[in-house]
Design a binder for this molecule. Sequence first.
Ligand SMILES: Nc1ncnc2c1ncn2[C@@H]1O[C@H](COP(=O)(O)OP(=O)(O)OP(=O)(O)O)[C@@H](O)[C@H]1O
Length: 243
Amino acid sequence: MNLKTAIQINHLAKSFGSNQVITDCSMRVEQGTIYGFLGENGAGKTTILKMLTGLLTPDTGSIEILGSDMLRNRDKLLSKIGSLIESPTFYEHLSSKKNLEIHLAYMGVPGISSDNVLKLVGLSNTGEKAVSKFSLGMRQRLGIARALIHQPQILILDEPLNGLDPMGIKDMRELFLNLTQQNGMTILLSSHIISEIEHVADKVGIIADGRILCESNLAQIKTESKGSLEDYFFNLMSGGKPL
Ligand SMILES: Nc1ncnc2c1ncn2[C@@H]1O[C@H](COP(=O)(O)OP(=O)(O)OP(=O)(O)O)[C@@H](O)[C@H]1O
């Protein structure tokens, strides 16, 4: 099946001062699929996800989202993206529902009801509780809810499973699979939990020292490397050859 492209980045580079952290990175994420983005600490995952969501500007290279140039059509494209990058910030004194309603009003689109999206992420019972009293996992769930409420076509999630308990991780796995399979959403997510990427991803991209080492379908990795994604990842990190 020939799937349409949701995200295409070409030859992206980014430096902070004299430190080049992203070098000639190209990636392709197909519509309606889950792309798992793996790499060690400091490899450059967040920097790429920030460039995709307009939080950083690349020095060179291009980003196309849903067929449009991100750098030229940033505002229009941002309404089609939901994102959770690093620790989300909220209006701490307000409830989860109020936080979501403010975000939806800011996005200026109809979206889904805050009650429905809170149910999706398992936060229905938080009522009037201020976000300042939320645990790390609850904040992460609310961050995912905020990424979803305006019904984006693309979700970009940087380590969304951080702080979630085992049940929360399982719930999110099911939510991500449902969002792609039932709503046709495209999800690009980074995680250090390789087994979680293995559970949900259609395609995997691995980055090291700011360079994409490989981009392959998970099924192909499993068949051709004759092992788990974890084996493949560790082998690559120790200098093994990509597929
Ligand atoms: N604002 C910044 N100023 C200077 N250097 C930065 C900045 N942001 C990131 N870096 C550097 O860029 C490199 C890549 O960082 P990045 O956060 O993208 O990695 P990562 O793969 O997301 O890591 P982690 O898994 O630890 O979150 C690191 O060397 C980091 O120190």
